[in-house]
Design a protein around this ligand. Structure first.
Ligand code: PLP
Length: 358
């Protein structure tokens, strides 16, 4: 897979532009959404981002160890008793309850407080958040650096839900401000709220998907943003080309009457998915579109009828350009039956990554 840092920087700059006066912090969770957390973190820091957020302690420590000089914030991923050690390692924890806040206070830490405004996952429940955060703010030794929530959505009904939950969160923040609790950082929108241009009274956004050029929306009309995928190519080499008589087997790869096949060393283990032929996944070989006819753990088989001169060693493009043809990340993800993010995450770790751009 090829990861293009120039595209990442361009996406970051577009997000900064759309964010107006709001501070932009970057979500690099899930190994930088599958693109490689250190490469992504370095490129974002070089582009001017000063705060990187992940829920993985190992990734957060790796960012610190790599000498990347930004704030590194943990979304979560630990129990309260681990907080002093995380703070000592130079990380900024999120707390979601009074036990966590007390642990942070005991070591004089600055923390972010996460509020659950309706997602039903991590955070102080919004209906008690005012009371709980006031109590947290009263603890000796604690600094509340910020308060945030997360309200992702994918369609128009979700958009309405996010707007109404966001209003409740904003009201809670207003109540805290009246009582003198005014943290320097407040945030509720990620990619969804930013790209759908939802009302925002906070002073920051925490963006993941959009940085990597991936859409969180099932309804594409929710945004007019034109962000490019940072994964600019995914491919492999042909390791075998063979002719098979049509009756060689009744089942398996040759059910569609395919006689000339090519094999690439890219299987389910590497990020391919077992899909029904009705999804019609394709690859590019010598500038031609060819059907993918089957996959197994470590191999995928192509129908090479359209490219009779294809030979062992030829480049096979699953995502990217070849000749005048282009398979987009969106097409690839759709044709293997998952989201763009899940398609990239499936590749992560196993496949060799090449960096492009500066
Ligand atoms: C993942 C995450 C984000 C970023 O969300 P995107 O939709 O990828 O932009 C923001 N805030 C929290 C708490 C998250 O977990």
């Amino acid at each position: 897979m090829r990861v293009d840092r120039d595209v990442l920087r361009a996406n970051y700059e577009e997000i900064v532009r759309r964010s107006g006066d709001r501070r932009v912090v970057a979500s690099v969770k899930a190994d930088g959404y599958g693109h490689g957390v250190l490469d992504v973190s370095r490129a974002l820091a070089d582009a001017g981002c000063d705060s990187l957020w992940t829920g993985h302690i190992g990734d957060a420590l790796a960012i610190r160890a790599a000498g990347i000089d930004t704030e590194v914030v943990l979304f979560g991923g630990y129990t309260p008793d681990q907080i002093p050690a995380l703070v000592a390692a130079g990380l900024v924890p999120t707390v979601v309850d009074l036990t966590g806040a007390a642990a942070a206070a005991s070591c004089g830490a600055a923390v972010y407080v996460k509020v659950d405004a309706g997602l039903g996952r991590l955070g102080v429940p919004v209906d008690v958040a005012g009371t709980v955060i006031r109590e947290m703010a009263g603890l000796d030794g604690i600094t509340i650096a910020g308060i945030y929530t997360h309200l992702p959505f994918s369609d128009r009904a979700g958009r309405e839900w996010a707007v109404s939950k966001g209003a409740v969160f904003t009201e809670m923040l207003d109540g805290l401000a009246r009582d003198g609790v005014r943290p320097g950082f407040t945030q509720m929108w990620g990619t969804c709220g930013l790209l759908a241009d939802l009302p925002d009274a906070t002073n920051a956004v925490c963006v993941g998907h959009a940085l990597y050029g991936m859409s969180p929306f099932t309804d594409p009309t929710l945004t007019d943003a034109e962000l490019q995928p940072v994964l600019t190519e995914l491919g492999a080499s042909l390791i075998h080309v063979a002719d098979h008589p049509h009756d060689v087997r009744a089942g398996g790869y040759l059910t569609r009457g395919v006689s000339r096949v090519g094999v690439i060393p890219f299987g389910v283990t590497d990020g391919m998915r077992r899909v029904d032929a009705s999804f019609e996944p394709h690859a590019l070989v010598r500038g031609q579109r060819v059907p993918i006819v089957g996959t197994s753990l470590e191999h995928t088989v192509l129908d090479l009828a359209a490219v009779p001169d294809a030979a062992v060693g030829d480049r096979v493009v699953l995502v990217g350009r070849d000749g005048g043809q282009h398979i987009t990340l969106t097409e690839w993800a759709t044709s293997i039956g998952c989201s763009e993010l899940d398609a990239v995450l499936a590749v992560a770790g196993r496949v060799q990554r090449r960096l492009a751009g500066a």
